[in-house]
Write a protein that binds this ligand. Structure first.
Ligand code: URQ
Ligand code: ZN
Ligand code: ZN
Length: 485
């Protein structure tokens, strides 16, 4: 099947051009002016809309077993909802239970993810350590296209990594040429603060942000970055939510350390007032970690994005419906952590980013797609509109206005964290490897058509020990053995 997308403005991370896009089967064949196709080709008239690489969300948790329950969104419904919002690939997470072999967990998640409607990949979390973990990391990197290993520095007594595990895993990842990603919150401090706040009689959702102040994230972000600096391994901080963590990232990047950082769309536009909602359910809907922050943090994050200190945007789409959240009715510590958003990321970022002048359309493409593809080593197969790339394309109507609501969204969750938000800028048509999966407000996804995308490890030149290597090489001091009396 040949498809021609014509009459649009092609927007890439590099710039904008009034170009056509010719697709042959599942692959982009050509991008250029006045492209010709045979009479039986499918022609999509972009009508002056933008034609962009499909969004890539580097951080989702479809059907995640967590905190005694399972996320309500599965790989089919979640990747379908993503497509409705212009996102054509998600990178999800394998999170082994402590003592569970990484390879066993990986194959379990591969079984769940087979139902995906659009392409996906899987980070693998390091939640414990012994020689089998090191061995499985190597197998996953060499044979299963895993080039990123996740470390939760929070969630004590569950999936939290201590420093010993961080050091062991970082050293192994460096040998493999893999990237270390981090949920940076000091889990020991969270545990103590949760207990103190609960003992004061604060049991509602308002206790959640009180137990995870910005300092708790800033400390962990800096600690992880410093460990990575000494060991010479690149790191990627997920859901950077506050000034404290952003400052740690900025310092390291300005000193030449290879540190990447992600920001969630919701952390850019929602503040901590949500936890003071008089309705328990509504306040509990926003319990996620790191929590929503006071307003000054949002402005700092937008500046970090514009300054290039934050390179990617994500959603951390981890859905728990209201009855699931109510497990914490008497104790905020039991509220399953997570919020949705995979469907609304691009519209929220276009409305609050591009329409306000914070971002150009090209910068929008960079932070919603291309930068993620480059950091996780799948560019230009993904995140690009060039010949040879997968035909993951979104035809973006910059003037289409909608009001976000759980009543109309395609996510499998009974609330929407952006409920009532009017946004301008929306996906008109989404193609996943050449197939139209979203058009005229209708999902046309096919269960199981999504493919697992291998992500090759990085070449050894990716050595972040530049600064350490610049220091004098340690030299052995030769001395006479002291004469013992
Ligand atoms: O921490 C995460 O990223 C997972 C467990 C989703 N939950 C959350 O609150 N962010
Ligand atoms: Zn996290
Ligand atoms: Zn997450």
């Amino acid at each position: 099947m040949i498809t021609l997308i014509r009459g649009g403005t092609v927007v890439t991370a590099e710039g904008e051009l009034r170009h056509d896009v010719r697709i042959e089967g599942e692959t982009i064949a050509a991008v250029g002016p006045d492209l010709q196709v045979p009479a039986d080709a499918r022609v999509i008239d972009a009508g002056g809309a933008y034609v962009m690489p499909g969004g890539i969300d580097p951080h989702t948790h479809m059907e995640l077993p967590f905190m005694g329950t399972v996320a309500s969104e599965d790989f089919f419904t979640g990747t379908s909802a993503a497509a409705a919002g212009g996102t054509t690939m998600c990178i999800d997470f394998v999170i082994p239970a402590p003592e569970e072999r990484l390879l066993d967990a990986f194959h379990k998640w591969r079984g769940w993810s087979e139902k995906a409607a659009c392409d996906y990949s899987l980070h693998v979390a390091i939640t414990w350590w012994d020689d089998s973990v090191r061995e499985d990391m190597g197998t996953l990197a060499r044979e299963h296209g895993v080039n990123s290993f996740k470390h939760f520095m929070a969630y004590k007594n569950a999936i939290m990594c201590d420093d010993e595990t961080l050091v062991n895993s970082f050293k192994t990842a460096k040998e493999l040429g893999a990237l270390c990603t981090l949920h940076a919150e000091n889990g020991e401090l969270v545990y103590v603060l949760q207990q103190e706040i609960f003992d004061k009689g604060i049991t509602g959702p308002e206790g959640h942000p009180l137990s995870r102040p910005p300092e708790v994230e800033g400390e962990a972000a800096n600690r992880a970055i410093r460990i990575a600096e000494v060991l010479g391994v690149p790191v990627y901080l997920v859901h950077t939510s506050c000034i404290d963590a952003l400052e740690a990232v900025t310092r390291a990047r300005l000193e030449g350390q290879r540190v990447f950082a992600e920001v969630l769309a919701q952390h850019l536009v929602i503040d901590d007032s949500v936890y003071r909602d008089p309705d328990w359910n509504t306040a509990a809907h926003y319990v996620m970690s790191p929590p929503f922050r006071p307003r000054e943090h949002q402005e700092a994050l937008w500046r970090g994005l514009a300054a290039g200190m934050l390179q990617t945007t994500a959603t951390d789409h981890c859905c728990f419906c209201t009855p699931q959240k109510q497990a914490g009715l008497d104790d905020f510590r039991q509220i399953p952590n997570g919020t949705g958003g995979v469907e609304d990321r691009l519209s929220v970022l276009w409305h609050h980013g591009v329409r306000t002048g914070r971002l150009t359309p090209s910068e929008f493409v960079a932070i919603t797609s291309t930068n993620t593809a480059k950091i996780f080593n799948i560019f230009p197969k993904k995140g690009a509109l060039v010949a040879g790339a997968d035909a993951d394309v979104v035809i973006w109507d910059p003037d289409r206005t909608r009001t976000i609501s759980a009543a109309t969204h395609h996510q499998n969750i009974d609330f929407n964290i952006y409920e009532g938000m009017e946004v301008t800028g929306d996906a008109a048509i989404t193609l996943s490897r050449g197939l139209v999966v979203w058009e005229d407000g209708q999902l046309k996804t096919v269960r199981g058509r999504g493919r697992y995308i291998d992500r090759p490890c990085f070449a050894p030149y990716w050595d972040s020990q530049r600064r350490r290597n610049a220091r004098a090489e340690p030299t052995k001091v030769h001395r006479q053995r002291p004469v013992t009396k």
